[in-house]
Write a protein that binds this ligand. Sequence first.
Ligand code: SAH
Length: 390
Amino acid sequence: MPQSLLHHLLTRLGREGAMTVADFMGEALTHPAAGYYMHGDPFGAPGPVGGDFVTSPEISQMFGELIGIWCVDTWVRLGRPDPCLLVELGPGRGTLMADALRATRQVPGFHAALQVHLVEISPALRERQREALGAHDVTWLDNVGQIPEAPLLVIANEFFDALPVRQFEQTGSDGAGDWAERVVVLADTAKANVGKKDDGKLAFALAAPSPANRALIPAPLRGAAKGAVVEICPAALNIAAFLGHRLARQPGAALIIDYGPAESTPGPTLQALRRHRRHEVLDAPGTADLTAHVDFQSLAQRAVAAGCAAHGPVAPGAFLTALGIEVRAAQLAESAPAAATALTAARRRLTDPAEMGSLFKALALTPRELPPAAGFEPLSPALSSKSEGR
Ligand code: SAH
């Protein structure tokens, strides 16, 4: 129950005084009883019974199907490892995985080699995934650390932007000051009511600046101007390092699709979304989705430092086009002519940067000795000069 999450946070802050923004985000999204993802199904179009946001696999089956094709292509490039883990991080309703598996069922040997693993924290969404993947043998994991040691293909769509971020503010001029962590505290009006009421309020505050914080800030941002806020996502960096280590000693690849700039950029970007509308981050915690932009540069650097290669990030539109979304849309339209207009709209929505925004990106991680995965090859000089000319 959302009210009880606020009550829980007020009580916790009454005891502890302050919590990091990452702690707040973790509680709001994944508190076992009242976290946003734990009790419901947030996906869907706007409307009276609609959800809070729509993700690419929910826009069209083509998204998951083409990611399935990417997995097959990568599996073949890896020498058809058997067994091969197919791991999805944060699978939502299970739509992407269901579409990917359906699109690849006729590939000789692929399904026989696959062991599907889903890393999912929400019992409610695990249930949805079980329904979506009924016919398949699936193993659920609580976290990335539980992924067994084997060749692996990892997919993560809009998973990293749900991982908790810490926020730091530059306190001195000319990038010379110490960084202070932003924290969540009780708003003054709430202090008197601790533990008694659910109508108290939360507020942001700054902890004391500390020289130790500087090491956490991505190097290109350390000189940021006074007042700049930088977000770091320890969970995302740890997962990147984990994947980098794995891909340094096991055949495999990871495909990370999310929202964020290609290069580390100051924020803040933490935002709350409810019924497709912006919501105050600290209001009614547990009732709105919280996301922050993914720092693709730091993610790639951490994975590369751990031993793998990183490719991209590229625009998912270019990636889906390279994988043949136009051909797939035409095939589907041929077998269901009544859906042709909807298919064209869905294809445009998934591939046109004007629709998804320029922050939508795909990053691939592979073993160092492997050439870039499909959709991540550098354009040939002829093609890139052509696209520049348009
Ligand atoms: N990939 C899906 C859903 C994205 S929403 C899609 O594209 O539609 C984020 C997903 O990550 C949800 O399934 C949520 O329950 C899961 N999730 C969020 N935080 C998590 C965590 N810390 N560990 C595991 N799963 C998490």
